[in-house]
Design a protein around this ligand. Structure first.
Ligand code: CA
Length: 225
């Protein structure tokens, strides 16, 4: 596997590069955010080990940027302090795991092995339909550059529609998957929530992203050309 280590502590980096190299990985090492950007523009990596505190920026921001660009490469974050807010920041930014310094090399090796074993399907890829972007891990929806605040139900509804973009989703299916099969509330609950979702997704001058298929249900995303 090809790994990218982003760590400005040269002696720690040497230990990690040597260790992971001995396990058969190709490890590229950079010590700055700029170095990481350059490496990432050249290679595709199977995993990144990313230090939170870097001389020219912070690891969490780099992580967030990569995730927002749809990069799902597993990221192991290294944090300098045993500080809960650092861990939360790292995980919120989209890191898959973190390790607090100081750590023994075998612990890092074990985390790396665990992340590399994860099947790609277990990661939560970001969904994109036109200019709508749904991040299941961060639980956020944006349209263009605008963050769209949704209720949990609206979020689930949009998630379901986007995973089936281009397909017509029947009202009954939406009711079954987004509510539960035994829901016996208002019969027009789906339509009410779709209407709210539409309103929230449509900023001024924006088109309606949800198409009504009369008598059947709803569709998001264009038909396959
Ligand atoms: Ca550092």
């Amino acid at each position: 596997m090809r790994l990218l280590l982003i760590e400005d502590d040269a002696s720690l980096a040497r230990v990690i590069v040597r260790g992971l190299g001995e396990e058969g990985h190709a490890v590229d090492h950079v010590g700055t955010v700029a170095g990481a950007d350059e490496a990432l523009s050249i290679h595709e990596y199977d995993l990144m080990v990313l230090d939170l505190g870097l001389p020219d920026g912070d690891g969490a921001r780099l992580c967030r940027t990569r995730r927002s660009q749809g990069d799902t490469t597993p990221i192991l974050m290294l944090t300098a302090r045993d500080d809960l807010s650092d861990k939360v920041a790292g995980l919120d930014a989209g890191a898959d795991d973190y390790l607090t310094k100081p750590f023994a090399y075998p612990e890092l090796a074990a985390r790396v092995r665990a992340l590399l074993r994860r099947p790609p399907s277990s990661t939560n890829p970001i969904l994109m339909v036109d200019d709508i972007r749904l991040d299941p891990a961060a639980h956020t929806v944006t349209r263009g550059a605008i963050l769209v605040p949704l209720t949990p139900r609206e979020f689930s509804l949009l998630d379901y529609l986007m995973r089936r973009s281009g397909e017509v989703c029947r009202r009954e299916d939406l009711l079954d998957h987004v509510w539960d099969a035994n829901y016996d509330g208002l019969s027009n609950v789906v339509d009410v929530h779709v209407a709210n979702l539409r309103r929230k997704l449509q900023g001024p001058g924006m088109d309606d992203p949800i198409e009504t298929v009369r008598g059947v249900g709803y569709r998001i995303g264009g038909l396959a050309a």
